[in-house]
Every structure is written in C-alpha cells, then in structure tokens.
Design a protein around this ligand. Structure first.
Ligand SMILES: Nc1ncnc2c1ncn2[C@@H]1O[C@H](COP(=O)(O)OP(=O)(O)O)[C@@H](O)[C@H]1O
Ligand SMILES: [Mg+2]
Length: 275
C-alpha cells in the first residue's frame, strides 16, 4: 500500500547522449497523481526519448528517474517489465501488430503481462469493453490494415488502457490526423482520464490538444467532452505544460503562464483558443 503521496513520475537532472548529441539535458520535473502533462517541442527536441526514459526503455547517462516511487536504476529487466504493466503507452504511429487481429492486439497486454494474472475467461470481455470504450467493438476480427488511421489510433488507446493502468503516456496521438478525427481522439483521452482518474503525459504539436485537456471535462451523463465551468468540478486534476527545446526543458507551468511567455520559441506553441 502506498500511504505516502508521491509523484507518479519524477525526473531529477536526467541527461542522455546519443553519439555526440545531448538529447536530454539535465531534465527535472515531477508529475503528481491526476495531473495531465502536455509535452510540446519541435521535432527532434527529445519528446519521444523522454517518454522512453520514463518507461525504462532507454537508460539515461546521468540523473535519476522514479516511476510510482521506484527508482528505475534499481530495477532489473523483469521488475521493469512488471512496472511497465502499470503504464499504458500509445505509440506515435499506433504501434499495432499488423499480423494480429484487432482483438489479438488489444488482448496482448492482458496475455503478456504476467503480474496482471488475467484469467483466460476474462480476456475477451475486457477486450470488448476496451474496444467499446473507443467505439470500435465491431472491429474485433479485422486487421489493422483494414482500418483508417484514426481508427488505428483508437485501437492503440484501447490496447493501452485495457489493463486499466494508473499512468498513460500518449506519443503524438493526433499527429497526421484531420481536425475532426483529432478531436475524437482527444475526447477519448479526456474520457479515459476523467472516468478512470488516470495520470497522463501527452506529446503533441497541437496547442488545441493541451487546451482541451486543461479546459474540458468528460461528462458521463451526456457522453460528451464539455468546457469546465468555474464550479470546481475538476478539482481532481490539473494540466501542466512543458516545452522542450533541443533536450532542455525551457518551460514548465500552467496554460496561463504559457500564454504569457514572451520567448519566441515557446510562444510558437501557443495558439489562443478559437472556441
Ligand atoms: N535510438 C537513437 N539513436 C540515436 N539518436 C536518436 C535515437 N532516438 C532519438 N534520437 C535523436 O534524439 C533526438 C530526439 O529525438 P525524439 O525524442 O525522437 O524527438 P521528438 O521530440 O521529435 O520526439 C533527435 O535528434 C533524434 O534524432
Ligand atoms: Mg517523437
């Protein structure tokens, strides 16, 4: 039992080099339970690498990373694997297995994460529930190549959340999608956050995505994402923005703080809301 409140993810002076390039430069931040973290930054600024470090897939050269209070340096491969069963990951390109059906793709984490001990008879109902969460329950027997790009992203979300992880990492979930499909994806991410109370980190280049996480809430009565009023109905969560530039964390703060930054690199990622 975790009795002490602690960050879900904690980076302390994390640096990482690939060849002679400093890809992460002394990064420190803490993600607290229920927070949504929006990670902005130019292509190649280190966003994907940062998520991979949080997953323990890439080891930093220096600094420390803790996830759920566990120092990743102290974990063996098997313990890391078990820790990852508590983290949902939506990869940049969906990351589905082309040769597996949608059902098999979504079942994959349930069948392969031994710490979960998912009884065989519970696999199919959980897969169906997760697919109906993203409104794709009719695609069980299809293959990824038979679905549109937006549908594949939704399957990626279903697969990431089928184990009900307390932390979900989304790498560019709306990249390459049209605005309407992007909205659908963000509405699902919001629904996941608000119904399951998950902590999340979202890499995106669309300011609207962060704006939506910061200012919308999923209403289970209407089944819609709705703007939050000033009625404090979202006391549970908060949205923090981070901006990476060439491996450095050049901004961390609220949306208001982000919008008042004068630095031209940072303000490039700000677009005043259109709604
Ligand atoms: N496995 C790797 N080997 C060498 N360089 C890498 C590797 N992965 C990423 N990089 C480099 O690290 C930098 C950050 O990459 P990445 O995190 O993927 O950027 P982005 O912010 O676009 O997600 C880039 O310059 C990229 O070329
Ligand atoms: Mg990337």
């Amino acid at each position: 039992m975790e009795t002490v409140r602690q960050p879900v993810v904690k980076f302390e002076n994390v640096s990482l080099r690939f060849d002679d390039q400093l890809v992460l430069d002394s990064i420190s931040f803490e993600v607290w339970p229920g927070q949504s973290r929006i990670l902005l930054g130019a292509a190649g600024s280190g966003k994907t690498v940062l998520l991979k470090v949080a997953l323990g897939l890439v080891k930093p050269d220096s600094g420390s990373v803790s996830v759920f209070g566990q120092d990743l340096r102290k974990l063996g491969e098997r313990e890391l694997f078990d820790l990852r069963s508590r983290i949902g990951m939506v990869f940049q390109e969906g990351g589905l297995f082309d040769s597996l059906t949608i059902e098999e793709n979504v079942a994959y984490p349930l069948l392969n994460q031994r710490v979960l001990h998912c009884p065989p008879e519970e696999v199919r109902p959980k897969v169906e529930e997760s697919l109906s969460f993203v409104e794709l329950e009719h695609t069980l027997d299809k293959f990824p190549s038979e679905l549109s790009g937006g549908m594949r992203r939704r399957v990626g979300i279903a697969r990431a959340v089928v184990t009900e992880p307390p932390l979900v990492l989304y790498d560019s979930p709306t990249a390459g999608l049209d605005p309407i499909t992007s909205y659908t994806i963000m509405a699902l991410i919001l629904k996941q956050r608000d119904l399951k109370r998950t902590t999340c980190m979202i890499v995106t280049h669309r300011y609207q995505d962060g704006d939506m996480m910061a200012n919308y809430v999923y209403n289970p009565r209407t089944g819609q994402a709705e703007p939050t009023g000033s009625d404090g109905d979202r006391a549970f969560q908060s949205t923090v923005f981070m901006v990476l530039r060439e491996g450095r964390l050049v901004f961390e703060g609220t949306q208001d703080e982000l919008e008042s930054v004068r630095d031209p690199y940072v303000s490039k990622f700000v677009k005043r809301s259109e709604h």
